[in-house]
Design a protein around this ligand. Structure first.
Ligand code: GLN
Length: 389
């Protein structure tokens, strides 16, 4: 038999999604893969029921149903500070996972370099490999996860085609400030580089931090490919609804890539989510209040147990420091955590380019009772996982 493709040899399956399977195997409270265990908004579910009996069962237009794109453009235009054209500036994708992959394939030729901040969401590694691009990693330094502007400029000097910006950031919870975004924007313009954003946590930001779209900075709309999704905003990760927003010349190409990758996102689901896209500000204020409460509940619980952790400015992840347990492999630690303590987490090493193995990632997009159960189990952590050596 001939060997399978070389391009697939460079990465493993997703550790995040593997940890969900391991959590299920041990009946652990799954705080690994980031998705909610609470219901999506009732308005969306009610519409879903109606849609089943209406005429939405065949393909939508490949780059997204007209109704959906119009509702999305109306929602995003005021947020992004410009009038987005639903016909020429949007492609609807199967989640932001496809949006990011399509954006990479739209921009990069094999051998092109792409800047990725580390820690990073693990898909970006595979995205670069699958599109033939080569990542240049630039570290974000804890505890604030700021980058060093000289290190960033050194990366730009290598003539990258694009920079990937996850803002708010998974897994470190960073929300980039205007000043940091300006620095990235100035370098992107100086070195003629595209910026591909992953903004799926755009509505999950903790006061006093604010989400700023880098595409809204002067001269950045032209070179920014905004990727995002409805998964986190409306608690519908299984619906796989994502999108790219960018200038028409870029969207023209992204439409072609998307068309041959997946043809289109699920037509009935695009229709059913429209009441969500039409929600007023109160929905987003409530979402923010809900996640602020969950963050406070979970972080206070960790403090009571005495586990050292990051303090996210946005998104719903927290990195816990497991140095005290003396494990060399954070993957092994997470397996023991799932089997002995009954809590699922993701080993930090799957997010860092640097050899970091003393961090694990938990998320708090769960009902209070689920978080309390996880904290209850974690309170036994030192009894159930004795420190090595
Ligand atoms: N973004 C979520 C996480 O980091 C879910 C990822 C996924 O599996 N698509 O856990």
């Amino acid at each position: 038999m001939q060997k399978l493709s070389d391009r697939t040899a460079g990465f493993t399956d997703s550790v995040i999604r593997r940890m969900t399977r391991i959590s299920n195997q041990y009946g652990a409270v799954n705080l690994s893969q980031g998705f909610p265990d609470f219901e999506p908004p009732k308005e969306i579910l009610d519409r879903l029921e109606q849609v089943a009996k209406e005429d939405f069962h065949q393909y939508s237009i490949t780059w997204g149903a007209q109704n959906f794109r119009e509702a999305l453009a109306a929602k995003q235009s005021p947020l992004m500070g410009r009038t987005i054209d639903p016909n020429s500036e949007i492609v609807v994708t199967c989640g932001s996972t496809e949006a990011m992959m399509a954006a990479m394939m739209t921009v990069a030729n094999p051998g092109d370099k792409v800047i990725v901040f580390s820690p990073f969401y693990e898909n970006y590694g595979a995205d670069t490999i699958l599109s033939g691009a080569e990542p240049i990693y630039v570290p974000l330094y804890p505890p604030t996860f700021r980058f060093d502007s000289e290190e960033l400029e050194a990366a730009f000097k290598q003539k990258p085609k694009a920079l990937i910006l996850c803002n708010p950031s998974n897994p470190c919870g960073k929300v980039f400030t205007y000043e940091e975004l300006s620095c990235i924007a100035d370098l992107a313009k100086k070195y003629d580089t595209y910026v591909i954003t992953d903004e799926v946590y755009e509505h999950i930001v903790y006061a006093p931090h604010k989400h700023i779209y880098i595409s809204s900075l002067p001269g950045m709309w032209e070179r920014t490919i905004c990727c995002s999704s409805l998964s986190k905003t409306y608690s519908i990760t299984g619906w796989r609804l994502g999108y790219i927003i960018a200038p028409p010349e870029i969207i023209e190409v992204a439409k072609k890539v998307h068309d041959f990758l997946t043809v289109g996102a699920a037509a009935p689901l695009q229709e059913a989510v429209i009441p969500g896209l039409q929600f007023g500000q109160a929905y987003y204020d409530d979402l923010q209040a809900k996640y602020t409460h969950k963050k406070e509940l979970f972080l206070k619980g960790l403090d009571d147990i005495g586990l050292v952790h990051t303090n996210p400015e946005g998104a719903y992840y927290v990195l816990l420091d497991i140095s005290e347990f003396g494990y060399e492999s954070d993957l092994q630690f997470c397996e023991i955590l799932a089997s002995k303590v009954g809590v699922g987490a993701v080993p930090g090493s799957s997010f860092f380019k640097e050899p970091v193995n003393n961090l694990i990632r938990c998320h708090f997009a769960k009902k209070d009772e689920t978080l309390n159960e996880a904290l209850n189990r974690l309170s036994q952590i030192r009894k159930k996982i004795p420190a090595k050596g």
